[in-house]
Design a protein around this ligand. Structure first.
Ligand SMILES: [Fe+2]
Ligand SMILES: [Fe+2]
Length: 269
């Protein structure tokens, strides 16, 4: 494998790679190369509007997808793991996208270190879920998936502050709210291996929200904006869904989010 000469070239190589396991493999190779200084510069390559994807899964509207019930029978667990694998695949692309897209902003090295750590962990999450799917005689691509996550990303592609306000601080924080119940349910049907994978993901995702918060505050500071007001404003403009309880207060607090930060978002129409 030839090493990219800049970080933005690395990002474009990952984003342009259609094969999910190869995306994960490239990520696992490029991130240590950045840390070791083999990839030194950021560069100016612009990421594509949409990342390359395999022919399968077919992408459908969320309402066209079957509901997933976690039971002893594998079908429901496969549907859950497949949906999560799809989210993690998007998350790999989102991490690389944020690294390369906002080259209009003068970002410190710590920004790249943080988001590459996120990329590396998302690739690990994808691979762990793909392994569980294989153990259940399935694979990523076997079921349809939805395209909502990347559409949310495209809506914030023009503005780092908006991207941070929506992707880590709304979407990934939402993951913290819903994952503990999935873990419990998987344990209840004796799928300890899948539960263990979700526990790894859950722990790492607290860190991703914390990283999102760190750079959101940095972006607010740079523009001299009040973070709470800026968050409500950005969510109102760029997020189509609803933000509603129950919230996982403990996990959100671990990531640095206090109820006073996110409760105002509940009222956003
Ligand atoms: Fe993840
Ligand atoms: Fe994440």
């Amino acid at each position: 494998m030839t090493m990219p000469s800049s970080l933005s070239e690395a990002a474009c190589r990952v984003l342009g790679c259609p094969e999910p396991s190869e995306k994960a493999r490239l990520t696992a190779a490029f991130v240590p190369a950045w840390r070791a200084g083999t990839i030194e510069t950021i560069g100016q390559e612009q990421p594509p509007d949409r990342p390359a994807r395999p022919a399968e899964p077919a992408l459908k509207a969320p309402r066209e997808l079957a509901k997933r019930k976690i039971t002893q029978a594998p079908a429901g667990r496969i549907a859950l793991l497949h949906a999560l694998a799809h989210i993690e695949l998007n998350a790999i692309d989102l991490a690389w996208d944020i690294v390369a897209r906002f080259n209009d902003v003068d970002l410190p090295r710590a920004f790249y270190d943080d988001w590459l750590q996120v990329a590396e962990e998302e690739a690990k999450h994808y691979s762990l879920l793909a392994e569980r799917l294989a153990a259940l005689d399935s694979h990523y691509g076997a079921l349809p998936a939805h395209d909502g996550l990347w559409l949310a990303a495209q809506d914030t592609g023009h503005d780092l502050l908006a991207r941070l306000a929506v992707v880590p601080l709304v979407l990934e924080a939402r993951g913290l709210d819903v994952t503990p119940a999935m873990i419990q349910r998987l344990k209840a049907v004796n799928d300890a291996d899948s539960a263990a994978v979700l526990e790894v993901i859950y722990r790492d995702e607290i860190g991703h929200v914390a990283i999102g918060r760190r750079w959101f505050l940095w972006a607010c500071e740079a523009r001299q904006l009040d973070p709470r007001k800026a968050w409500v404003e950005a969510v109102r403009r760029h997020f189509k869904g609803q933000i509603k309880p129950p919230f996982n207060e403990a996990a959100r607090r671990q990531a640095g989010l206090e109820p006073e930060d996110y409760l105002p978002l509940v009222d956003v129409p």
